[in-house]
Ligand binder design. Structure first.
Ligand code: NAP
Length: 258
């Protein structure tokens, strides 16, 4: 059995969970291709990896654009050869009331979150299948498992990613490739810091048995496990990393006392 991570490509690697995944995989010896729609943030993370003694390159990749995905993989292959590990972390959350949700917002969220994950996975999987080895890790959300206010598109897109992950697992499993998803709970990243007020955080934390905000590192450590050769018999799974939020039911609020 192989022991190394090989080459890992991370989408949305310039920020939040993707950044933590890139840094963590690099610390564990992966050569990392950091991609983001913002070339500068991707390049900054690649420089952080290099400064810490790791190996990384960066390239702009907008997962909402098929030609940008293709160009990003071309760059990755020229720099480091084929992709052994793909982390699909790029994501877009637009929150609008259901009755007013615009078709344009719906299409944007689906294109980035679902079609982007599909196209990047398909491109990476072609090379993985040829080489007989690969790990695909898709970042879904607890919003793909439970409804959330204003999340008609976001929640539906994250549920679609869970289905897509199973589809990838079924069709790629015989070729030596696993595909799994991680469903983070509320993680402190630029995405949530730009959306949640302190009151929202308080309301969320009342429902989280761990009673703290999740960190990007909490998710990166789970990604590193699923990306490792050791996870070879885990396939098609969605791993919830949420401080216990999904485990609880109607009386989960921390404000209730027994
Ligand atoms: P983040 O800090 O905003 O990171 C997301 C990164 O993806 C950003 O750099 C963003 O760039 C980039 N991105 C957005 N659209 C893109 C596109 N079309 N192509 C390429 N990159 C794009 O947010 P995060 O919290 O780490 O989110 C990472 C993933 O975790 C997302 O899929 C999100 O849905 C998921 N997630 C997050 C939480 C949470 O609580 N934070 C919970 C569950 C799931 P810009 O900044 O330029 O938009």
């Amino acid at each position: 059995m192989r022991e190394d991570y090989g080459t890992a490509l991370v989408t949305g690697g310039g920020s939040g969970i993707g950044r933590a995944a890139a840094l963590t995989l690099a610390r564990r010896g992966a050569q990392v291709v950091v991609t983001d729609r913002d070339a500068r943030s991707a390049s900054t993370v690649a420089q952080e990896i290099a400064a810490a003694g790791g190996k990384a390159t960066s390239v702009a990749m907008d997962v909402g654009d098929a030609s940008s995905i293709a160009a990003g993989f071309d760059h990755a292959e020229a720099a480091f050869g084929g992709t052994d590990v793909l982390v699909n972390s790029a994501g877009l959350m637009l929150v609008e009331p259901l009755l007013d949700f615009s078709p344009e917002s719906w299409d944007r969220v689906m294109r980035v979150n679902v079609t982007g994950t599909f196209l990047a996975s398909q491109r990476a999987a072609r090379g993985m299948a040829e080489r007989g080895y690969g790990r695909i890790i898709n970042i879904t959300s607890v919003s793909g498992l439970r409804a959330g206010v204003g999340r008609a598109a976001y929640g539906s897109s994250k549920a679609a990613i869970i289905g897509l992950t199973r589809q990838l697992a079924l069709e790629l499993g015989p070729l030596g490739v696993t595909a799994n998803a991680i469903a983070p709970g509320a993680i402190e990243t630029p995405m949530t810091l730009g959306t949640y007020s302190d009151e929202t955080w308080d309301n969320i934390l009342a429902m989280v048995p761990a009673r703290r905000r999740g960190t990007p590192q909490d998710i990166a450590d789970a990604i590193a496990y699923l990306a490792s050769p050791a996870a070879s018999y885990v396939n098609g799974e969605t791993l919830v990393v949420d401080g216990g939020y999904m485990a609880a039911g109607m009386t989960q609020t921390g404000r209730l006392r027994v």
